[in-house]
Write a protein that binds this ligand. Structure first.
Ligand code: NCD
Length: 307
């Protein structure tokens, strides 16, 4: 039972629980109106200490489409955080007003700390360069819908694998399904952290390969997961400027990918996908953003036990 639990890390739910959640989200996506009163009388606390478009708005839209309401802030400066209040005190207060809380924070581990002080479910909406489990649920729902399964896939992750929390979470999640092969495409400076290799890829005996160029593996991939270089996590601007345009996926490169390969991106995109790709039938990133709302409707329903 997912009811009343927190979601801080993709591993917090078993694969069986995730499969159940994805099936519910798929059902919701087909007939959202059947679920429009499920959360009536319930309140989502939406605490965003870092910028967001899709995650925040899809959570808020999800709660409203379930008939619930939303309170919160999208800038830490507009809350008592600017007066020096701790996460523990903020969450203890918000938990008095809301039935469920979603939190994004620049500090790794902040939503975990919040969950330790909260009487209501806390959902991690991204903590620094660490994890982003609800983006992963979005990605899993998209992959399962398009590919029909979550196993036996060749996935290429491209871009900022060092700071990209969406990649960290997706690798974790997909490592639990059988026969997935991973291709990690990044410049040397932005390679996947060692802890992901040691604690996930090696531990689960995942077949993985590291590349510096998309062309080295694109012809082999079922999924190409593009990511932006995470400007806000760099220590100096020069490095960011040097690395930001390492990868630009364009028609020329897409010609080398198969007809079945799909392109995903958590968004926002900066330069890493040329606009000319948007009309390619293999470009799924805006459909993926819509899936994010349905999967969050499913998640909120299950955590509140109203499904
Ligand atoms: C991602 C994030 O915030 O980590 N965006 C999102 O939630 N869809 C990716 C990013 O910001 O690059």
């Amino acid at each position: 039972m997912i009811k009343n639990r927190h979601l801080i890390d993709p591993m917090d739910f078993s694969t069986e629980e995730i499969d159940k959640l994805l099936s519910l989200s798929e059902q919701i996506s087909k007939n959202p109106e059947n679920h429009s009163k499920k959360c009536s009388g319930k309140i989502l606390g939406s605490l965003f200490y870092e910028p967001s478009t899709r995650t925040r708005l899809s959570f808020e839209s999800a709660m409203m489409r379930l008939g619930g309401q939303v309170i919160g802030f999208s800038e830490a400066n507009s809350s008592s955080v600017s007066k020096g209040e701790s996460i523990a005190d903020t969450i203890r207060t918000v938990a008095c007003y809301a039935d469920i809380v979603v939190m994004r924070h620049p500090k790794e581990g902040a939503p975990k700390v919040a969950s330790m002080y909260s009487d209501v479910p806390v959902i991690n909406a991204g903590d620094g360069g660490h994890q982003h489990p609800t983006q992963t649920l979005t990605d899993l729902l998209t992959i399962r819908t398009v590919k029909g399964s979550l196993n036996n896939l060749k996935i290429g992750y491209c871009g900022d694998l060092k700071f990209g929390r969406t990649v960290h979470s997706l690798i974790k999640a997909l490592s639990r399904y059988p026969d997935n092969e991973m291709h990690l495409i990044s410049p040397k400076e932005l390679k996947i952290p060692d802890y992901i290799k040691e604690e996930i890829l090696d531990k689960q005996s995942i077949n993985y390969f590291e590349h510096e160029k998309i062309e080295e593996c694109i012809n082999d991939l079922d999924i190409l997961y593009m990511t932006r270089v995470q400007k806000e996590r760099f220590f100096n601007e020069e490095d960011y400027i040097r690395l930001k345009d390492t990868y630009i996926l364009d028609n020329e490169k897409m010609k080398k990918g198969s007809d079945q390969m799909i392109v995903l991106h958590p968004l926002p995109r900066v330069n890493e996908i040329a606009y000319e790709i948007d009309n390619d039938p293999r470009a799924y990133y805006f459909k993926q953003a819509k899936m994010g709302m349905y999967v969050r409707m499913g998640l909120i329903s299950m955590l509140l036990g109203v499904c």
